[in-house]
Ligand binder design. Structure first.
Ligand code: FES
Ligand SMILES: [Fe+2]
Length: 436
């Protein structure tokens, strides 16, 4: 893919009026596409448990039209949406004791796709009891329903995250019922994960501090002078930002987990002067998946964690959904207070990488795209990609926030060296090279 050069002349837009195409290799998600096959090797959340009531729900995931339901025996079915008989949508079907029955001629499919009734056909017909409609396996866990879309013989065990079991952790859903839909490609939402610099700018400078505490005060004193640093972790990338806040150093370490998960911690509440300790740390407070609906739409599902044992007000309750990450706000509000939603969606339905001019602050993004590319290539070779383990053990999580009470170095250079050293300490602890 040839990249477009930065213009070297004023008023030169005419030379760039023709847009290069998107990067199909990394962005397309439909069946048979490179990234689509890669994504199909992992379990993804596709619905919240609370979405499944007495009617089937039409959903679209990875470019496939599906219907999801809980049958009257409480089993979950995830089937191709169009009936195997003549294509009527099963979203209009009737939920049965076993599976779902199509509204048109009554063909009934079990949750594994088995065709178990064909009322208008003679006994002994070639379909009933012999054939299957397309179905995907599901697992329900902590309020979300996960599905696996890959080849049945490659299905990995479903894995929980070790962070769910942190002492005192309580999981709540991060999104309102129905998930958070963004009308754009999945990869540009993931680009945002490996980009800690945007937090200091978008969330703290451009529209004033977002992420306020219960009293409406900024949670963080983000300056754009943070020192960013990236570390490969077994499952993805640790994206660190270290910054000086008065007599403290704060290292924010969020994790990109292949292929489409973010793990992050809650920003500390300043001022910290009240704190007695010289060092403290917060564990994960958010696990969020970005699941492609199709090439140009993505849905977010995830967990917010609260810690009953932590008495600080921001840590012992589940946050409300972050409005600046969702659409539907009045246009003027979006303009005055743009958040992740506006930044990501306004890049266009699929970001055109050839028009970008990546800079030093994009090192994390470049590393993440490289990992996606490596994952695609591993799958193409018939291998398991990174973060796909078959031992069934919980996924280790490396995201953490650490704050030290530590005086400024004698010179700005000394202080920067100190910040980088502390950032490295956090990464090495997370990667198990230093005791936590
Ligand atoms: S189209 Fe579904 S039973 Fe005929
Ligand atoms: Fe953000």
């Amino acid at each position: 893919m040839s990249r477009r050069r930065f213009l070297a002349e004023p008023y030169g837009a005419y030379r760039q009026a023709v847009l290069p195409p998107p990067d199909d290799y990394l962005t397309r998600v439909g069946p048979g596409t490179p990234a689509g096959e890669y994504l199909r090797r992992f379990w993804h959340p596709v619905a919240q448990s609370a979405m499944l009531k007495d009617l089937p729900v039409a959903i679209r995931i990875l470019g496939e039209d599906l219907v999801i339901f809980r049958d009257r025996s409480a089993r979950i079915g995830l089937l191709h949406r169009h009936c195997a008989h003549r294509g009527t949508s099963l979203e209009f079907g009737k939920i049965e004791e076993r599976g779902i029955r199509c509204c048109y001629h009554g063909w009934q499919f079990d949750v594994d796709g088995a065709l178990i009734d064909t009322p208008a056909e003679p006994e002994g017909n070639p379909y009933k009891g012999k054939l299957y409609h397309g179905a995907y396996p599901t697992v329900e866990d902590s309020g979300l329903i996960f599905a696996y879309f890959g080849p049945p013989e490659k299905k990995p065990p479903f894995r929980r995250f070790a962070s769910y079991e942190a002492p005192g952790a309580r999981l709540g859903l991060a999104e309102h019922i129905g998930g958070n839909v963004k009308p754009c490609n999945w990869l540009q939402i993931m680009d945002n994960v490996a980009d800690p610099v945007h937090e200091a700018y978008l969330h703290a400078q451009i529209s004033g501090p977002q992420f306020l505490n219960d009293d409406g005060e900024p949670l963080v004193a983000l300056g754009i002078s943070g020192k960013d640093d990236y570390w490969e972790s077994p499952n993805g990338i640790l994206c660190n930002e270290a910054r000086r806040v008065g007599g403290f150093v704060w290292v924010r370490s969020l994790e990109y987990m292949c292929p489409n998960v973010i793990q992050l911690c809650k920003a500390p509440h300043f001022p910290l002067e009240e704190s007695n300790s010289d060092e403290w740390e917060t564990p994960t407070v958010l696990t969020r998946w970005r699941v492609p609906i199709d090439d140009e739409h993505t849905i977010e599902f995830g967990y917010i964690y609260a810690y009953a044992s932590d008495t600080r007000p921001y840590f012992n309750k589940v946050w409300p959904a972050d409005l600046s990450n969702a659409g539907g706000r009045p246009y003027e509000t979006m303009q005055r207070d743009p958040g992740d939603y506006e930044a990501q969606v306004s890049q266009g339905p699929i970001t055109r990488h050839a028009t970008e001019h990546l800079a030093t602050s994009d090192r994390g993004l470049a590393l993440m795209r490289r990992m996606v590319r490596e994952g695609i290539e591993a799958v193409a070779r018939g291998e398991d990609p990174r973060a796909l383990a078959r031992d069934g053990q919980p996924l280790k999580v490396a995201a953490r926030e650490t704050v030290w009470r530590i005086p400024e170095g004698p010179t700005p250079q000394d202080d920067e060296a100190l910040l980088r050293k502390l950032s490295r300490t956090v990464a090495e602890r997370s990667l198990g090279k230093l005791p936590a």
